[in-house]
Design a binder for this molecule. Structure first.
Ligand code: PPS
Length: 570
């Protein structure tokens, strides 16, 4: 890779791909005659880290030779250590319009010109191989693998960048310094030793204690790098987290920390993420870097772990010399109630009682309005979280009725709609299958692809309603479990998601056949009819399951209302 290093005392040299004003004017003119690539949010994160120098020594998106070498050996083609492919994916159509050699204009999602890229390679993505090599699995329950298979386009285009502008941000501008700017602050403050802590979670007591111990061990100040790009589905967004960080930093000694957002799109690739994070930390001038337990490790279905608890730390230690940064692989911290203190789990005297509460447990407590003890998180942090997630009674929620055609979803949905209007505490919207098909999805068919689009649209609208503390009642067939799960994960970020399986058996639906659709489907006049010649994947763990065969619609609605009352929503 062709780099243009800038000599720097903290953390070695940084690549500078941002051009000066004169060159920028030339590029802007040139870009008018070039094809465009508009970056999506994930690509924008990668671009920003390349452009800011945080991904030094990268000076562009990986070329094919770099990509292959990274997959196989965690190295760029020139032998430089690099653990994760940072590739720019484009559709087959876009790839067919580009060729090796000429340049392409790189724009943000709104079309604002960011850079010009010199195309060195265009090649088809090998998702299965990439998944195996980077994530160690092809299981699409893994969010990184899921993104690779379902969010990444079919081709990669690689090459050097000349950057005209970093992506624009309107939020938290004061804490969005580039690595070079952060290094200037160290210099101004006279900091020599800095321990980096990258996090995608609020800092609760265990993480606070961990960072304090790391600072003492390294004799260093602290750089907190909260991930403000893409984190795991279900994580608190960075707005909530920054409000929490601003509270938690008050518990550190004065002038001992810098809080600076990191526009990183996490891959959640455990050990390989840890190695990338350490490189980023080094580029931000850190001398030390914390790798906590389960670093960048997602949870699969039913609590499955893809990486062992200390795997990321061990990998980072193995490469620490080459990374050029001291790795502090820290063990899990547990609370000793009698001693009223935190210790590393492996330093607890035999027989001592310990308790701990994971970030996910705290998140679940916040979302369900339960109390969080002060040994688990600072009171001022808990207060911020409670502000963002009021108790269920004040939250919005989505009732997602799913089931076969004719199962009774719409009838129950209409009764619920009336009940909520009678109660009158929240605005209510009814997104019945037919209403949506008419108003939102009139152009869609009943192919798998179109059903998914339809259901995602419903999920999007329901998410917006829930976010604004209203009630969304949805009643599509929504036959596919993966799409339902995707919607659930999104909506649970904002409030409640109550999946109701209207489990009326097909024989009963067919006996009713109010619209005569089953008869037509059996006669072959409608193809791909759910339950006849198209699948319905039965929900495994719905919040409520109702068989309407022996229940009146009012009784069915009552079951749902009782559930809502029990969970504190009403
Ligand atoms: S989906 O699968 O969630 O997108 O379906 P949805 O938007 O809820 O639409 C279901 C209604 O469309 C009618 N219909 C069909 N259903 C299933 N399969 C096929 N091929 C089909 N073609 C038309 C059907 O009457 C559904 O109405 P409901 O209200 O569910 O009975």
């Amino acid at each position: 890779m062709n780099t243009q290093p800038t000599a720097e005392p903290h953390g070695g040299s940084l690549v500078n791909v941002v051009v000066g004003e004169t060159r920028a004017s030339v590029l802007k003119e040139m870009a008018m005659g070039l094809p465009d690539i508009s970056l999506n949010n994930r690509q924008l994160c990668d671009f920003e880290l390349i452009a800011s120098g945080a991904f030094s020594p990268l000076n562009g998106f990986l070329t094919r030779a770099d990509y292959e070498a990274v997959l196989d050996h965690m190295r760029l083609a020139d032998g430089t250590f690099w653990p994760i492919p940072i590739c720019l994916d484009i559709s087959a159509l876009a790839a067919s319009k580009l060729e090796k050699g000429p340049s392409v204009a790189i724009r943000d999602p709104e079309g604002y010109l960011l850079a010009v890229m010199y195309i060195e390679d265009i090649w088809p993505a090998d998702r299965a191989r990439e998944a195996r090599m980077v994530y160690g699995t092809t299981d699409t329950d893994h969010p990184g693998v899921h993104y690779l298979f379902h969010g990444t386009a079919d081709y990669y285009v690689g090459g050097r960048l000349e950057v005209i502008s970093l992506p624009l941000h309107s939020d938290f501008k004061q804490i969005r310094l580039t690595p070079m700017e952060v290094r200037h602050v160290y210099r101004k403050l006279g900091w020599q030793r800095i321990v980096g802590f990258q996090t995608s979670q609020p800092i609760h007591r265990p993480q606070f204690e961990m960072t304090i111990r790391a600072m003492r061990k390294a004799g260093a100040n602290l750089l907190i790098l909260p991930v403000a790009g893409m984190t795991k589905p279900g994580d608190f967004d960075h707005y909530i987290r920054v409000r929490c960080y601003r509270k938690v930093v008050q518990h550190y000694p004065p002038d001992s920390y810098i809080l600076n957002l990191l526009p990183l799109a996490m891959r959640m690739a455990g050990p390989r993420d840890a190695l990338l994070d350490a490189i980023v930390g080094k580029n931000y001038g850190c001398t030390h870097f914390i790798i906590g337990p389960d670093h960048a490790s997602p949870e699969g279905n039913q609590g499955r772990s893809y990486y062992s608890i200390d795997e990321a730390g061990a990998a980072a230690i193995r490469f620490s010399e080459e990374l050029g940064i001291v790795i502090l692989p820290l063990k899990q911290m547990v609370y000793l109630p009698f001693e009223d203190e935190y210790r590393f789990a492996d330093q607890v005297p035999a027989g001592s009682q310990t308790i701990c509460m994971s970030g996910s447990e705290i998140r679940a407590r916040v979302r369900s309005g339960r109390n969080i003890p002060d040994w688990a998180t600072f009171d001022d942090v808990a207060e911020e979280l409670r502000k963002a997630y009021p108790p269920p009674r004040k939250q919005g929620f989505t009732i997602f009725l799913t089931g076969l055609s004719g199962a009774g979803k719409s009838t129950i949905a209409k009764i619920l709609y009336s009940r909520f209007l009678e109660i009158g505490e929240r605005p209510v919207s009814l997104l019945d299958g037919d209403i949506v098909r008419h108003n939102l999805s009139s152009e869609l068919s009943f192919s798998k692809e179109h059903r998914d689009i339809n259901v995602r649209r419903i999920g999007f609208v329901a998410g917006e309603i829930t976010k604004n503390r209203g009630i969304a009642i949805c009643a599509p067939i929504a036959p596919y479990a993966a799409t339902r799960l995707e919607i659930r994960k999104n909506i649970e970020n904002y409030g409640g998601f109550i999946e109701v399986h209207v489990a009326t058996p097909i024989e009963e639906c067919e006996r009713r056949d109010r619209k005569g659709m089953y008869a037509k489907a059996r006669a072959g006049l409608i193809k791909g009819f759910t339950g006849v010649d198209d699948p319905y994947e039965v929900p495994s763990f719905p919040e409520v399951r109702i068989n309407t065969t022996d229940l009146t619609p009012d009784e069915a609605a009552q079951e749902i209302l009782l559930y809502l009352g029990q969970k504190g929503y009403l």
